[in-house]
Design a protein around this ligand. Sequence first.
Ligand code: LLP
Length: 422
Amino acid sequence: MNHFSYRNGRLHAEDVGLSDVAASVGTPFYCYSAATLERHYRVFAGALPEGSLVAFSVKANGNLAVLRTLGNLGAGADVVSGGELKKALAAGIPGGKIVFSGVGKTTAEMTAALAAGIYQFNLESEAELLALDAAARSLGQRAPIAFRINPDVDARTHAKISTGHAETKFGIPWSRVREAYGLAATLKNVEIVGVDVHIGSQITSLEPFEEAFQRLADFVGVLRRDGHAIARIDLGGGLGVPYHIDNTPPPDPAVYGAMAAKLTKGLNARLILEPGRFIAANAGVLVARVIYVKKGERKQFLILDAGMNDLVRPALYDAHHDIVPVEEAGPHALRARYDVVGPICETSDIFAADRDMARLKDGDLVAILTAGAYGAVMSSAYNARPPAPEILVKGAQWAVVRPRMDDDALLATDRIPNWLAV
Ligand code: LLP
């Protein structure tokens, strides 16, 4: 359920017409709906046992306005870099609701997180444990830790976003977990507080979760018998969303939440969840203009003014995004088959291949749907194209929450060394 819909034949984000925003800020742009973010957060949090921590995964959408919107509802943050930590704090999310994940936290990042008094470090190796212990010692602190356990399950999602099987770089291998906790227990500047797992992203069936959560829950007993105080269970992120809006039944967060609750019931531990995509994906669209409709030898191309630098998911993961016209096509509109592409000089600069759509013409606006997660955050300035700006809508209000960088600002990021001076 999201708050993008046609009103009087024009696509709106809540009460704001996307063509009005386009007329004001130009194209392309990302547009997020606050009501949708809020709804997704509430549905997700409401499906979990009372007192659980929902730490929004900042990597999915790190815009300060988005983080503030979620933080105001009580969300915490899951961060994976010093930059994301700063963003979460700047958005007003307290350190006490921040968990720090990621396979290679540097000492500088750990030190910043300790200074912020974060809730938990999710460690992924013995080396990280030793580095954190040293960083905490130099600050005279004890760092709260969990180990991310690699449960060796197949997440049955795209290979590039699957993380829970033994061949990936993620987590502590199952066979060394007890040893790792044993080592942690000997260190003075860390405090064992929990366990953590994250098996991958865009997971659309509950079985892989169930398998991983069950293994983790069983292991809590083992660790407790070893004498460790496991008070928190972090189940990671990964609940998928429907990218084909019309025909994919969404995974039901209520069923997911009930399953997580059931498997961890009786363990008397606080649950932590790190959803990103579930909260943000369908809360955002990328609006672009058709620059040209081009006839190739065998295909017709819609050349948009957005490119893979703005939204890389189709190029990187062959990801599907629905694409709809901003001016609603009537039921009798003529249809055509297009490759929807960007202007970038790569064949991979494509948003959709052979897509059957209502016929469009030069200058028309389209919205690429389900772009609120892993969209703007993964954008780049490839081909010296400033990434698309971001807009947040709330009811009838809207604001530019990341302005478009102009070409001169982009140029100003480079420096010419003295030896090249003329
Ligand atoms: N926690 C950890 C430790 C993670 O690595 C991730 C995602 C999440 C939580 C959030 O997962 P989510 O709920 O959003 O599925 N760029 C890719 C997705 C990469 C996900 C990486 N980790 C994409 O566009 O599909």
